[in-house]
Design a protein around this ligand. Structure first.
Ligand code: ZN
Ligand code: ZN
Length: 168
């Protein structure tokens, strides 16, 4: 399996969501008997995050890894052709992003992920790559959204009622 792993940069994660993202990547790479067929492709983002954590996990598990750094930091001549390279190289593309930005995030903010047209997660360039793989190349793609666990009960699904107990 040639797996593309892309997603958000490091500043978009908290200490806890980074930990969850790293665990998730480790699970994706730790495929037991299929592990010898695995090859990971990623984007080598200069801001770290998923691209870097995928590289570290691949090195740890001794899985072949190829990074596609953008030629420059422009969309049309840098990121876009780079994202297409990742989609073309991969059998499947997974984008890992977060539900919400950390409270101290200083970068640009958008009200929704305009690639996916949803408010379920923050905008990620990785979503563009997943969309391209699915819609232009007919390959499977997946967007995995990580969220901060409830700080009362540790629930990861956002489905607990700790903060907003039902009214009697
Ligand atoms: Zn998205
Ligand atoms: Zn809770």
């Amino acid at each position: 399996m040639k797996l593309g792993i892309v997603g958000s940069e490091a500043a978009k994660f908290t200490v806890r969501t980074e930990e969850l993202a790293r665990d998730l990547i480790a699970d994706l790479l730790d495929h037991g008997e299929n592990i010898s067929d695995l090859h990971i492709f990623s984007g080598d983002c200069h801001l770290g995050g998923i691209d870097q954590w995928a590289r570290e996990a691949a090195e740890l598990y001794k899985i072949p890894f190829t990074a596609f750094p953008p030629k420059n930091r422009q969309w049309s001549t840098g990121y876009k052709p780079r994202n297409i390279q990742i989609a073309e190289a991969s059998d499947k593309v997974i984008c890992i992003t977060v539900k919400e930005l950390p409270p101290d995030y200083k970068g640009m903010k958008f009200g929704l992920c305009y690639h996916c047209r949803t408010k379920d997660h923050i905008k990620s360039g990785g979503c563009w790559t997943v969309k391209y793989a699915k819609e232009k190349l007919g390959k499977p793609g997946e967007i995995i959204v990580i969220q901060e666990p409830c700080y009362v009960c540790g629930n990861l699904e956002g489905s607990c009622e700790c903060m907003f107990p039902p009214e009697n």
